[in-house]
Design a protein around this ligand. Sequence first.
Ligand code: BES
Ligand code: MN
Ligand code: ZN
Length: 506
Amino acid sequence: MRIKPDFRRVFEVDVEALCVSLFEEDTLEDELLRELDRRLHGVLASALASGEVKGKFGETFYTPTLGGLAASRVLFVGAGKRSDFTTDTIRRVAGTAARFLRQRGIRSMALVRRSSLDLRASAQAAVEGVLLALFDPGTYKTQEKDERTIEEVRLVAEGESEAEMQWGIERGMILAKATNFARNLVNEPASVLTPVELARRAQDMAARYGLDIEVLDEHRMKELGMGALLGVARGSDEPARLIILRYVPEEDEALLSRLPTIALLGKGITFDSGGISLKPAEGMEQMKYDMAGGAAVLGAMRAIAQLRPRVKVFGLVPATENMPSGRAQKPGDVVRTLSGKTVEVINTDAEGRLILADTITYARRLGAQKIVDLATLTGACVVALGSVYAAIFGNDSALVEQLIAAGREAGEKLWPMPLDPEYREQLKSEIADLKNVGGRKAGAITAAYFLKEFAEETPWAHVDIAGTAWLDENKPYVASGPTGMGVRTLAHFVCQSAEGESSDRR
Ligand code: BES
Ligand code: MN
Ligand code: ZN
């Protein structure tokens, strides 16, 4: 797909469909709308007067132009209240337009700038909106392949800066493609995307974008003493892997040694059957998405490799299946984690926290000064926040705030949750240092608390994406299925950390 800025007048842009957002407050007093209406022979005025369009968010009004302007059609897309307008509105309006137009066989579209929000951020959001909306989950269907797609997108902004537009377009493409890369991984069936295959795809990605990569096998995990990760892997015939990606900016040694190191961790359970604590059959097929956190980390690392921030970043993905078998870990087993702490496994279905515990310890040993993990960790999180907000927890409020802000910029919502020491009670075991479940109450919190025990003094945050990594229903601006939740938040977070860094040095 080609995406270009266009600095001509709106009426001169020769695409098949021109998209104009419409606010609830809009009237024909607006210069652009008045001129459009004049060229459309009063169509907009009559639609506004009849109430057919009100500017409500997500609304669409499509009309041919019959030669009134260079574009052959105009699509008005409701953008809601001007007072609620953010870059995320741009993302969603652009997405709504792209999906609407693709369905109607349109191949070239233009999006008209109608706000004074930061130009770069606006261009970036528009590009993200289009590319995320048009994401087609690859399917294994042998028929009915719909080949129609939008080939050209123009961002119309008369008289604006070309450099800023190009910067926004470039960043938008990087971030959206990285998100779609993660979505493709999540979408793969578990028998295709095994832990070994996930590691192989990480290797391909790393080679293509110039990241260092190391993949630990079970033998190495055993040497290191990763008893929690290996305990989960025991029941599976598919061998586990620990994927270790590393991004190092191009700086001289002296400067490099002063740059901070961030570790991004993602849960990579390629299939979660529950293990011996087997899940019910209903909905179990969905558990192929239990590696969405890992996919988000791979996507974020890909974007980071292209955006080249001045900060060192590790991307760590523990990858394994969680399966029942004659060799599987059993409820009541005690495992020794890499940290040395012992854990009583009460429920083998609480496996995410086990594999992350060892990975958090490993990240600390690698010298990470900040750790952020992403995981489809608990059903309790889905109950609490649904698919709108991801839950965020942490032992460092500044880090949590930074991530929430990064999420806001990315259009990914994070809601802060408590981690008071009182919750520790629920993880007490008779036989080991900790048990891996904390009972029915506060399930998302006790899971996070378990991880906190392994982060110890290192600033750490955990994002539970169980509800947000997968959408059950289509939205006008995005398809149902994997969302790529977290890719853009993590990438923004890392870039912002780097910016803070460079200004410190000045
Ligand atoms: N992967 C699941 C959590 C999950 C549930 C993700 C639903 C997405 C949708 C996790 O491994 C799990 O099974 N958690 C258990 C923990 C329980 C046994 C304490 C849960 O949430 O039920
Ligand atoms: Mn589970
Ligand atoms: Zn799981």
